[in-house]
Write a protein that binds this ligand. Structure first.
Ligand code: NI
Length: 400
């Protein structure tokens, strides 16, 4: 297959890709509950003539396209779940499931990977090696579906791993590329300040956890501003606070929840210790107690440097120099990381932002809309990565 043929086949697949995406958009399902979505993907794969299909978890699908000759295995991962958001759009294919919406573009990821599946299966005889298509459930809710897939052995025998995310932050036709660390590690913490309740008129007879909790919240910010090197990116946010039932009762306990986002394992290990020291010091000074819980969420997605460069060159050969945007690390977490660690991996951002079509709303917003033209670039990336790494992409420019 030449680059020209590849782009032409991707273009021919557009109408079907849009129909698939709209069907998924209309019928979104929450994380770990993607039963209909899973059945739909399986039926689409079967229709494409792909029969080597497995279900390593309750939801989610893995399909294998065997190449005509032996070689490496390149895996591609698309996430398939939707979000607990009530869609606020006026589209003919709006969500019919009240309070559930594909507001992160995973409907597009699934449609792209199904379109690529059809194209790659038609060309399977040319492939030197196998393509593994992972349709992963539950990206949005930690601990995520990725770990289930990995523990089920999905990554065994995989030599290269690729993923993508559509993004309204970049213009349609552009790819957001970054080598090295791409997304933050996203962890969650909970703190209980344990005091001694009593009458609001006699605080001296109590150990007031509200005042201590307020002190803890402010002091936690000094971890970022005073204790970690200024060039080290991290975010520590207290997002939930709960205490008390009445205006005149000093409560027994004060509850804090929040999230920590970091980009290096060292900082990820260090910060929780500093947080706990703060809780310990402040509560001890007042004769109160505390409980500190820290739960690790998704690890950082780390892009292989060589693969990032190769993919960038490949995308330039398809779409020209201007298609590449070199991006900064991204603060949102991404469960793709759960599949990493055993082989080189690359994850790219694919632009769908288009002011003319009003598709620049942020993801996870009830108004989120997608410029479906962006899916053409997503499918082009996916098919070209598979074809080139499995020795099936000819350099069209050398043809006479
Ligand atoms: Ni997403």
């Amino acid at each position: 297959m030449t680059r020209e043929e590849l782009l032409a086949e991707v273009k021919d697949s557009f109408d079907e890709m849009v129909a698939v995406r709209r069907h998924l958009h209309q019928n979104p399902e929450l994380s770990f509950k993607e039963y209909q979505t899973t059945e739909y993907i399986i039926s689409q794969l079967r229709e494409a003539g792909i029969n080597e299909i497995s279900r390593p978890a309750k939801t989610g699908v893995v399909a294998r396209i065997r190449g005509g000759s032996p070689g490496i295995t390149a895996a591609f991962r698309a996430d398939i779940d939707a979000l607990p958001i009530r869609e606020d759009n006026d589209l003919p294919f709006c969500s019919v499931h009240d309070g559930v919406m594909h507001a992160c573009g995973h409907d597009g990821h699934t449609a792209i990977q199904l379109a690529a599946a059809r194209i790659l299966n038609r060309h399977r005889e040319e492939l030197k090696g196998d393509v593994l298509l992972i349709f992963q459930h539950a990206e949005e809710v930690p601990p995520g579906g990725g770990i289930e897939m990995k523990e089920a052995g999905v990554m065994e025998g995989v030599d290269l791993l690729f993923g993508l995310h559509l993004s309204s932050s970049y213009p349609t036709g552009c790819f957001g590329v970054k080598s090295g660390v791409l997304t933050s590690a996203t962890d969650c913490f909970e703190i209980d300040i344990v005091g001694k309740g009593g009458h609001s008129s006699m605080p001296e007879a109590t150990v007031d956890p509200v005042v201590l909790g307020a002190e803890v919240i402010l002091s936690l910010q000094t971890v970022v501003s005073r204790r970690i090197r200024a060039l080290e990116p991290l975010v520590l946010s207290v997002c939930q606070v709960n205490a008390g039932d009445a205006y005149n009762i000093i409560p027994e306990e004060f509850h804090i929840r929040g999230s920590l986002r970091t980009f290096s394992e060292e900082t990820r290990e260090k910060v929780p210790r500093m947080m706990e020291e703060i809780c310990d010091g402040i509560t001890r000074s007042a004769g109160a107690g505390y409980r500190f819980r820290f739960e690790k969420g998704y690890a950082s997605v780390v892009n292989d440097t060589a693969l990032a460069k190769e993919t960038e060159d490949l995308l330039i050969s398809l779409y020209g120099e201007d298609c590449i945007v070199h991006i900064d690390p991204l603060m949102p977490g991404e469960d793709f990381s759960a599949l990493q660690g055993t082989c080189p991996a690359f994850f790219v951002e694919v632009g769908t932002g288009n002011p003319a079509k009003d598709t620049c709303y942020p993801h996870h917003n009830p108004h989120y809309r997608m410029d479906e033209d962006g899916m053409l670039y997503g499918a082009g990336y996916l098919v070209s990565c598979a074809m080139s790494h499995l020795g099936a992409l000819q350099d069209g420019r050398q043809r006479t």
